[in-house]
Design a protein. Structure first.
Length: 281
């Protein structure tokens, strides 16, 4: 039986060897994920101060008279467009919504749907292969090979499309369980905890095979995995206090721990040699 201390000690030892590579990989993974995720573009900080969709019939005449208007606050981030634009067009001489930090863009419902579908497409076919690459990087690092390029390996070896579909199917399974009942959805999410690692090592496996292997590997240990994740809560709180900068150090630590959990469980599982010996490298 594994312990949290053993896993974290191994993760720390790994990061002592490959700290900067791990930081770069996790940083790239996070940045790309945030750029293409629906949450970061449309639903992150979705409130009255940044994105408000309203009807403004009084302010808009044909052809936008009946359209919705998307207001985006430009000053919620670090870059302050007011300071930049004021150098060129002083606020005192230009009564302009851009200079106030508000951009008003007529957006129809169909346009929003198309944009949402496009973002989902990016998430499935860009971010999913990166999940495989992230898992592969840490698994290979434990073997002594910490090349940053492993993050993009699903694209370079031509498996990105199959991996995208496989993880998409896994996510649909979990979503359907969540729609039925919340608790079973959580259980399924932990039951399929190892799928990325299994596919990272064995891209030829079907998603049904990967799900079944992960199901066996997590049998009787789903709550232990939950507690392992929960053990990082203090570090997560601290990272948030540091304006998310702390995640630069925390993410490699967590991912290295989870990768070692997979490796530990993989070699200790009874079915490893009996049923799936040919499936693993």
């Amino acid at each position: 039986m594994w312990t949290r201390k053993q896993l974290k000690d191994k993760a720390k030892a790994l990061l002592k060897k490959y700290f900067w590579n791990a930081v770069i990989v996790c940083l790239l993974f996070t940045i790309i994920g945030n750029l293409i995720s629906t949450e970061s573009i449309f639903t992150n900080n979705l409130n009255e101060n940044n994105i408000v969709i309203t009807n403004e019939k009084e302010q808009y005449i044909h052809p936008y008279e009946h359209d919705k208007v998307l207001k985006i606050n430009m000053f919620n981030g670090v870059f302050d467009i007011r300071t930049f634009s004021n150098r060129i067009f002083p606020e005192g001489t230009a009564e302009n919504n851009l200079l106030r930090g508000i951009i008003k863009i007529p957006v129809t419902t169909s346009t929003l749907i198309i944009i949402s579908i496009f973002i989902i497409f990016l998430g499935v076919f860009i971010f999913n292969p990166l999940k495989i690459g992230l898992a592969r990087f840490f698994l290979k690092s434990y073997e002594g090979d910490s090349r940053i390029g492993y993050l993009f390996s699903a694209f370079t070896d031509g498996t990105w499309f199959k991996m995208s579909i496989k993880l998409f199917i896994r996510d649909i399974y979990i979503l359907l369980w969540f729609l039925l009942l919340f608790i079973p959805g959580i259980v399924k999410s932990y039951q399929y905890f190892y799928v990325e690692y299994i596919l990272a090592e064995n891209p030829e496996l079907s998603i049904s095979e990967a799900l079944e292997i992960s199901k066996k590997m997590t049998d009787g240990e789903k709550f232990d995995i939950f507690v392992l994740e929960l053990s990082f809560i203090g570090w997560i709180f601290l990272a948030n206090l540091l304006f998310n900068i702390g995640y630069i150090l925390l993410n490699p630590y967590m991912y290295a721990t989870y990768a070692d959990l997979y490796l530990t469980k993989k070699y200790r599982s009874e079915f490893y040699y009996e049923e799936n010996e040919a499936s693993f490298n």
